[in-house]
Write a protein that binds this ligand. Structure first.
Ligand code: SF4
Length: 464
């Protein structure tokens, strides 16, 4: 089953959903999020325990977005394995992966099928390791039943498992060492987070870091596993950092997150922050960097901030009073809502396919002027989102390529953000963090509105 292509039974009225059905889900499959994290660990091969089609679907999505080779192994269930369990396939699959890829780590995620039949993954991994005297690469497992979660859950779940499995409890601290646990961001975002840390003379361990594995340079020779990523040694030593910055608005309210675990086991101070998009959230991010490093805001960032403030002032007349619909991963949607609200655009539809507790409450702390007029849709699908867009007719839509049909139908500009972007080039390079990323995002928003105004003008003009 491809979760973004499910079909409702019957013929409900336009925009109305039968309680039990989803039409064109606004989410992707959980193992996809886990695979993305595993791609951000050095010499790690993602391995899906289940059917081959799941790995193929995930590979296709990742390749079309990142435009890079993405190898994902599978235990390739047959009908027999679906009945009697996939232990035999798992063992054979792991042996094949080791002989063909020589990985330093194998990241195992479960598919709907293996979760449904209840395969005991931890038991299988232990029995494989006992049989081979733990001689091969380590295996880490994350449970990813896609029928109860989304790609965001798989993403955060894989980070959690990596930290809990490998980070050693440590008391000694290394000055200047900081951990960054990012939300599901672009390769350009991850690179800029590192750059920001380095401006404060901090040395970051970013988990995951797929900025090179999923957007590398051209190779002189073929690599079976793309170079780059966070090394296992770096994960083991996350306890030696002085602080962990955990990014994601929805994470900030949770206990028992990986940053919380590091704080409990190694006294690494947790800084739970929203996505550093917009002036307010970037200010909070650089304030944390300043507190951790003891260094003041570097001049170059002061200049970037100044240029951003100037741009807000210059273009306020183009954005003020406009409305937008946003859909995608929960943390991305909240980050965009906060940003749009900051620049004077009203985010009247904020939708996610994930079922997020207190979704409206989370949004209300980020949107100025309350959320009484905001459609806060959680656990929703594209049929419902499109119906609300048809009714409310926002000036702008922000989301993945999945928003194209409704944007085209209503001639509303679609600003492509998040994942997947497979009808445009460069989705992996969209920068949306820091003052620089905010300025780039601001330019995109302003220009999309100007372009639409120009395109739909009856008279036509070239000076705005
Ligand atoms: S894991 Fe589940 S949702 Fe994902 S592709 Fe496989 S069957 Fe579909």
């Amino acid at each position: 089953m491809n979760p973004d292509n499910t079909t409702a039974q019957g013929t409900p009225a336009e925009g109305e959903l039968p309680a039990s059905a989803t039409r064109n889900a606004c989410k992707l499959c959980s193992p996809l999020g886990a695979a993305m994290v595993f791609k951000g660990v050095r010499s790690c091969l993602p391995f899906l325990h289940g059917s081959q089609g799941c790995a193929t679907y995930i590979r296709r999505y990742m390749i079309s977005h990142f435009r890079e080779p993405v190898d994902i192994a599978s235990s390739s269930f047959s009908e027999e394995d679906a009945i009697f369990g996939g232990a035999r396939n798992f063992e054979q699959g792991v042996e094949n992966v080791i002989s063909q890829y020589q990985p330093e780590l194998i990241g195992v995620a479960t598919t709907c099928l293996s979760e449904t039949i209840g395969d005991n993954m931890l038991g299988m991994i232990k029995s494989y390791q006992d049989k081979h005297n733990s001689s091969g690469p380590p295996l880490v497992h994350v449970s990813t039943p896609a029928y109860t979660g989304t790609h965001s859950d798989g993403y955060y779940g894989a980070i959690d498992q990596l930290v809990r499995t490998f980070a050693k409890p440590m008391t000694a601290k290394i000055a200047g060492h900081v951990n960054i646990l990012p939300a599901m961001m672009s390769c350009a975002d991850l690179r800029h987070l590192r750059e920001l840390c380095e401006l404060y003379q901090l040395s970051p361990t970013i988990l995951p870091d797929y900025s090179a594995t999923l957007e590398g340079s051209s190779w002189g020779e073929y690599h079976r596993i793309s170079p780059g990523g966070t090394s296992l040694e770096e994960i083991e030593e996350m306890g030696s950092a002085t602080a962990t910055i955990e990014i994601g608005h929805t994470r900030a309210y949770l206990k028992n997150t990986p940053a919380d675990y590091l704080e409990k086991t190694s006294s690494v101070k947790r800084h739970a922050l929203g996505w550093p998009l917009g002036i307010r959230h970037t200010d909070q991010f650089v304030t944390s960097l300043s507190q951790i490093s003891g260094n003041r805001l570097p001049e170059s960032l002061k200049d970037e901030r100044g240029r951003l403030v100037d741009a807000y002032a210059d273009a306020h007349k183009y954005v003020s009073g406009k409305t937008a619909a946003i859909f995608g991963e929960p943390d991305l949607v909240i980050a965009q809502a906060a940003f749009l609200s900051e620049i004077g655009i009203r985010p009247i539809i904020c939708a996610t396919g994930a079922k997020v507790k207190k979704w409206k409450q989370l949004l209300s702390s980020e949107i100025e002027g309350g959320v009484a007029d905001v459609e806060a849709l959680s656990g929703t699908d594209h049929a419902k989102i499109s119906a609300r867009i048809r009714e409310l007719k926002p000036d702008l839509i922000l989301g993945s390529s999945k928003g194209y049909p409704i944007a085209r139908e209503l001639s509303i500009p679609l600003l492509r953000i998040g994942f997947p972007i497979h009808d445009r080039f460069g989705g992996q390079r969209i920068l949306q963090v820091g003052y620089r990323g905010t300025l780039a995002a601001f330019d995109r928003v302003v220009n999309a509105l100007l372009e639409n105004k120009q395109d739909t003008s009856e008279t036509g003009y070239s000076y705005l």
